[in-house]
Design a protein around this ligand. Structure first.
Ligand SMILES: [Zn+2]
Length: 479
């Protein structure tokens, strides 16, 4: 079908608040020529298309039920790369694979633990799972006394007492926003215990709800020390250990068969819609193809993959002013090689990236748009996201939180790329995140469609609005 000519009809004054008109008028005077009437018909096609076409959820279903878990280096990850490239081709969008070497960590078949029998009490089985990057225990298992701590500082303070023990990081995460701060217990906790000569680490799952599912995730490995047995405990089992420790010493026996295999060649899937007027300026939208191995990775990050595919399919019919580039990154979960590889491969054109978005917060409905750019960036974008009012997501705010893991190397570049995020309702995201419960049935098709509408429109707006958002200041070099 030939593309419908883009309309330049201004939005009706009746649909606007007086204050937004005042702001728009002010911006007009501040940035002459920066304001231009919204292409309303495009808004109807993009937002309406995302809300009414079931293609996004159908593709998520293919990815989840057809391929399933996609940890870097696995057959599932390779299948996902081929599948995603094929879907872009089906939509008539030029696509290429950009090679990245990725880690290949495998869980193996053995992972279990138990509280060692105490006088008059049988062993108690624990619900746990190895952390990504964990090393194995001896095949016959490892038995040690457990020491509970609640912070890295408390672990370090154990000093010599940690030698030969299992260090247990406990916490009381209940809210999604606590993930960032408590994440270091999983990310760095094992290394700190390993340095003290501990035998293994248990970390309470970073989750906001639990039906006794442990939540995995990456832990760092010190190359000088090598992999170290580390596992996540279901919240209920962390509570059990805590209660038992209140009554006296507790020993745990742990069996893990996790290990690292040689790196594997994989790829970022990169698709592009060339801009009609300013093809050298790039708006990037990304998500990640890999997932943890315990489940289908429906919310992390199958939803993001579906959002990116659908954004490109919808925008292909619109021919926006700037180039829109989709990157389905590989290895966000346990190495970020895709994100780092992209920034390296495209170092010469980082300055031409005018904005980057990443869909990696699940499938919840959109709430607002966040911008990490130069002064006034969110204000400049605001009139252009008015079509998201139908979703209740039309507000914009400057926020250093805008951005994602895969695009973070672009945010740290010498000429940092402006980060734009569609903030989603992620209040229940960490109920499922990195656990065996991250399955397709958790995704509500209409919420995914709403999120897709918000991403697709915001991406279009960034590629179509006359002005480019001001870039953020470069981060001062670390001392
Ligand atoms: Zn993710």
């Amino acid at each position: 079908m030939p593309a419908t000519p883009r309309s330049r009809v201004p939005m009706r004054p009746a649909s606007l608040h007086a204050s937004s008109w005042a702001a728009a008028a002010l911006l007009c005077s501040l940035a002459a020529g920066a304001q231009e009437a919204l292409p309303e018909e495009a808004a109807a096609r993009i937002v309406g298309g995302a809300l009414t076409d079931p293609a996004g959820f159908q593709r998520l279903r293919e990815l989840c039920d057809g391929i399933g878990p996609r940890l870097s280096g696995s057959a599932g990850a390779a299948a996902a790369v081929a599948w995603a490239a094929e879907r872009f081709k089906q939509d008539g969008i030029p696509v290429k694979l950009e090679k990245v070497m990725v880690p290949h960590w495998v869980r193996g078949t053995l992972e279990k633990g138990e509280v060692v029998a105490r006088p008059g009490a049988a062993p108690l089985a624990l619900s746990l799972t190895a952390l990504g990057g964990s090393g194995p225990t001896p095949e016959t298992g490892l038995t040690a006394e457990v020491l509970e701590v609640r912070s890295l500082a408390e672990a370090k303070a154990l000093g010599e007492r940690a030698r030969g023990k299992i260090v247990f990081y406990n916490h009381d995460m209940t809210l999604a926003k606590e993930y960032g701060e408590l994440g270091e217990l999983r990310g760095r906790g094992p290394i700190e215990a390993q340095k003290l000569g501990a035998a293994a680490v248990l970390v309470r799952s970073l989750s906001t709800a639990s039906l006794r599912s442990p939540h995995t995730g990456m832990t760092r490995v010190d190359p000088a020390l090598g992999p170290f047995p580390s596992a996540a405990l279901a919240a209920e089992d962390a509570e059990l250990l805590h209660r038992l420790l209140e009554r006296g010493p507790v020993s745990v026996r742990l069996w893990l068969s996790a290990h690292q295999l040689p790196d594997v060649e994989s790829a970022n899937v990169v698709a592009e819609l060339r801009g009609r007027e300013r093809p050298e300026e790039i708006v990037l939208i990304g998500g990640h193809l890999d997932s943890w191995d315990l489940a289908q990775g429906a919310v992390d990050d199958g939803a993001g993959v579906a959002i990116v595919l659908e954004t490109m399919r919808l925008l292909a019919k619109e021919h926006p002013r700037r180039t829109v580039r989709a990157v389905l990154f590989m290895n966000e979960e346990n190495g970020l090689r895709g994100g780092e590889g992209y920034a390296l491969e495209h170092a010469a054109e980082v300055a031409k990236h005018v904005a980057a978005l990443e869909a990696d917060s699940g499938s919840g409905r959109p709430l607002s748009v966040q911008v990490h750019g130069g002064a006034g960036a969110a204000e400049l974008l605001r009139p252009w996201v008015r079509p998201l009012a139908i979703l209740g997501a039309e507000s914009t705010a400057d926020s250093p939180e805008a951005g994602g893991a895969d695009t973070s190397p672009l945010a740290r570049a010498a000429e940092p790329v402006t980060m734009v995020s569609v903030r989603q309702d992620a209040s229940r995201y960490f109920d499922l995140h990195h656990s065996a419960a991250d399955t397709l049935d958790k995704v509500k098709p209409f919420e995914l469609a709403q999120a897709t509408a918000a991403f697709a429109w915001t991406t279009f707006a960034l590629a179509e609005m006359p002005a480019v958002l001001p870039r953020p200041q470069p981060k001062p070099a670390a001392k």
